[in-house]
Ligand binder design. Structure first.
Ligand code: 13P
Length: 349
């Protein structure tokens, strides 16, 4: 199957009432782990690369690996997404490579660190939407600012610093025409999200629900959605790792989000933890080994397990065969003739 539009994937998820995991990749083993999980659970999937990942792997290596994944798994709808694009140029270069979706994170300035103004965010996101939609490519925007830093991108600080204002979310969706909207509800990138199991004082599911009530047909995106499970932390620490105790986003909160308009769930940290734990185990138990395959294989298997579990928990499992891919050129026509809406339905307060 060719790479599919993320918009199609999310529209289908909305119809089916489920969420779709968006898993970050940097290398072949991570891509293979995701595809093994998608195949096993028969899941449509979003694969995403940050700017850091594109730099680390080099654009062409990474993109060709994704093409190989699509070719080897014709039964799986895959959307290839630019995670946290920092500028029009970053998004344009991803589109030139063949990515079927981009995130224009205009919540931060181009340095990827300084929060921008609402007007700046609308302006750059709108420009990306116009450019991308002409080419049938999906756009995710962000309103409010996530906490933490990922791959050098992020304002840092707490997830509570810039929670999304529901009125601004409505205005942003109307003015930009984005296909998917990332909102800030107290989560942050990385392992250190919460100092105890999060409750409503730090994880603002009420804000998410309020936004969904105003924008009932807008695909919402939860970033920073790793659950940072204790068993993965323990696995690392038992073999010499030094992670401090920490909490992520409980899966049941993500499932509550999915019941309230969340269609894309970003997960990176859980996979990093699984990979590191598996590699540490091999090093600790069999220090005489030095063939990278001896630790990359268990690492890939450990990531596959986490991804397959999330696919089941998010509800995307079993939906790979529900629909045929719409060619990107047809998607572009849909944006142009209005059959693919870019104006959100807004409900009264
Ligand atoms: P985690 O760090 O919680 O996995 O979040 C990843 C993410 O949001 C990527 O954009």
């Amino acid at each position: 199957m060719p790479l599919v539009s993320m918009r199609q994937l999310l529209d289908e998820a909305a119809k089916g009432g489920y969420g779709v995991g968006a898993f970050n990749v940097n290398d072949m083993e991570q891509i293979q782990a995701i595809m093994m999980a998608a195949k096993e659970t028969r899941s449509p999937v979003i694969v995403q690369a940050s700017r850091g990942a594109r730099q680390f792997a080099e654009d062409l290596y990474l993109f060709r690996l994704i093409q190989a994944a699509a070719e080897l798994n014709p039964e799986i709808p895959i959307a290839m997404h630019q995670d946290h694009g920092n500028s029009f140029e970053t998004c344009k270069s991803a589109i030139a490579l063949g990515y079927t979706s981009v995130m224009m994170d205009g919540s931060l300035k181009e340095d990827g660190k300084t929060p921008s103004s609402f007007e700046e965010n609308v302006d750059v996101t709108r420009r990306v939407v116009d450019y991308a939609h002409e080419r049938g490519v999906t756009v995710e925007g962000e309103i409010g600012v996530l906490g933490g830093v990922e791959d050098g991108h992020g304002a840092g600080g707490s997830g509570l610093d810039h929670i999304t204002d529901p009125d601004q979310a409505v205005e942003f969706a109307e003015k930009t025409g984005v296909d998917a909207l990332a909102i800030a509800i107290g989560t942050s990138h990385g392992a250190y999200k919460f100092t105890k199991k999060p409750d409503g004082s730090v994880l603002k599911m009420d804000v998410l629900i309020a936004i969904h009530k105003r924008l009932p047909h807008t695909h919402l995106v939860m970033h920073g959605s790793s659950s940072v499970p204790k068993d993965l932390q323990d696995e690392i620490n038992k073999d010499g790792g030094k992670l401090n105790e920490t909490w992520g986003v409980p899966v049941e909160e993500i499932q509550l989000g999915i019941r309230n308009g969340v269609r894309k769930i970003n997960v990176d940290t859980d996979n990093r933890l699984a990979i590191t734990g598996a590699i540490r185990k091999v090093f600790a138990e069999t220090p005489e080994k030095f063939d990278p395959r001896d630790y990359l294989k268990p690492a890939r298997e450990a990531m596959k397990k986490v991804v397959a579990l999330r696919m089941t928990q998010f509800g995307q499992a079993g939906h790979a065969g529900d629909y045929a891919p719409i060619p990107i050129t047809e998607i572009a026509k849909g944006y142009a003739n209005g059959t693919l809406s870019t104006q959100p339905l807004v409900a009264a307060k």
